[in-house]
Design a protein around this ligand. Structure first.
Ligand code: UDP
Length: 340
């Protein structure tokens, strides 16, 4: 039986962890990646973790012919697609909206056209809780209204979901869209994690870089939000838990009838404030993180955490790793990076 899963953007942060989980569960991932925001060394690292080297092709998904070639040479072997490939920096998307719309939309459309052409039906899409904006009710469920996006990046996630939904009505597709909350941490081997060039883009790498002394202090964006301690609240999930959710989602998609479209929140269901994250990190690692509360960051959402009822009941997915595990693995990764 074919068990090849096409993983677009499979050398990125969430993609690489998902490839490891796919291999652990007996699937044969076929990675395509344009290497724009990822590092080819991740292939060696995955091989070190799993003992096997996954198949990889450098492909530019905006070029449909390159993508068709992948489907052609793997005809009748691909059971499903997990689609991570995207440009994903919020700030950069404000400066380069056309690049963001062109890249994220064209690659998704080309992928769906190839799936139709080569009769591949199941797709898991990486969406984001940014589609909920500042939710009116917490925890936020999949039925919450979609809010106008603050950034072009966020809007590409919403528009891609619309494209997938419309395509699933017109074509024999089985779509699962996973709305991620905040993935953090790294694989327990510390061989893969979030690589970044330049300054971090997210809270936890800022915390770990401050802990190493690379940064003098952490800036906490706003201490006057309407939350218990005045700092913003998010739902953090271990990247390896999030990776596992993709296997549940892939298997769920294949069991659905065609013309299906389902969305799931993937978070831990717990909300932690920025200050709680700093304190937990200090407690877990014993390392101090100097911080200062500064002005609010424009576009920030006050509080968001997931209602996980649907993902638990329908996908059978539950997170296994604690906040301690997340922060400890993030710290181990930071130290492994420093050694390199
Ligand atoms: N944050 C912060 N200082 C930083 C980076 C982030 O206080 O240097 C806060 C940010 O305002 C937000 C939370 O940490 O409330 C998570 O931010 P991140 O950028 O990681 O995720 P997102 O805002 O996309 O949920």
């Amino acid at each position: 039986m074919a068990n090849k899963v096409l993983v677009t953007g499979g050398l990125g942060y969430i993609g690489s962890h998902t490839v490891v989980e796919l291999m652990n569960q007996g699937y044969e991932p076929l990675i395509i990646d344009n290497l724009l925001n990822s590092d080819i060394s991740v292939l060696d690292r995955i091989e070190k973790i799993t003992g096997n080297r996954p198949e990889f092709q450098q492909v530019e998904m905006r070029d449909k012919e390159q993508l068709q070639e992948v489907f052609w040479s793997n005809n009748n072997q691909i059971v499903g697609v997990i689609h991570f490939a995207a440009v994903l920096l919020v700030g950069e998307s404000v400066e380069q909206p056309l690049h963001y719309y062109f890249n994220n939309l064209t690659s998704t459309i080309n992928l769906l056209e190839c799936m139709n052409e080569f009769d591949v039906k199941s797709i898991v899409f990486s969406s984001s809780c940014t589609v909920y904006g500042n939710p009116d009710q917490l925890p936020v469920s999949e039925n919450a209204p979609i809010k106008p996006s603050i950034s072009p990046y966020g809007n590409t996630k919403k528009v891609c979901e619309d494209i997938l939904k419309d395509a699933s009505i017109a074509h024999p597709l089985k779509v699962v869209s996973l709305r991620y909350f905040n993935p953090i941490g790294a694989h327990k081997s510390s061989l893969i994690g979030e690589f970044q060039s330049g300054p971090p883009h997210h809270l936890v790498p800022f915390i770990t870089e401050t802990a190493t002394g690379k940064r003098e202090k952490l800036n906490i964006f706003g201490g006057d939000w309407n939350t218990p301690d005045g700092t913003c609240v998010r739902d953090y999930i271990h990247v390896s838990d999030l990776a596992e959710a993709h296997i549940n989602a892939m298997e769920y998609a294949t069991k659905q009838s065609v013309n299906s479209f389902n969305v799931f929140n993937v978070g831990s269901g717990d909300g932690y404030s920025v200050l709680e994250m700093v304190k937990s990190f200090e407690k877990t690692t014993g390392v101090k993180v100097p911080y200062e509360i500064v002005d609010r960051r424009p576009g920030d959402v006050e509080a968001v955490y997931a209602d996980t009822t649907k993902v638990t009941n329908e996908l059978g997915f539950k997170t296994k790793r604690s906040l301690d595990d997340m922060l400890k693995s993030a710290w181990d990764w930071e130290q492994a990076l420093a050694k390199e």
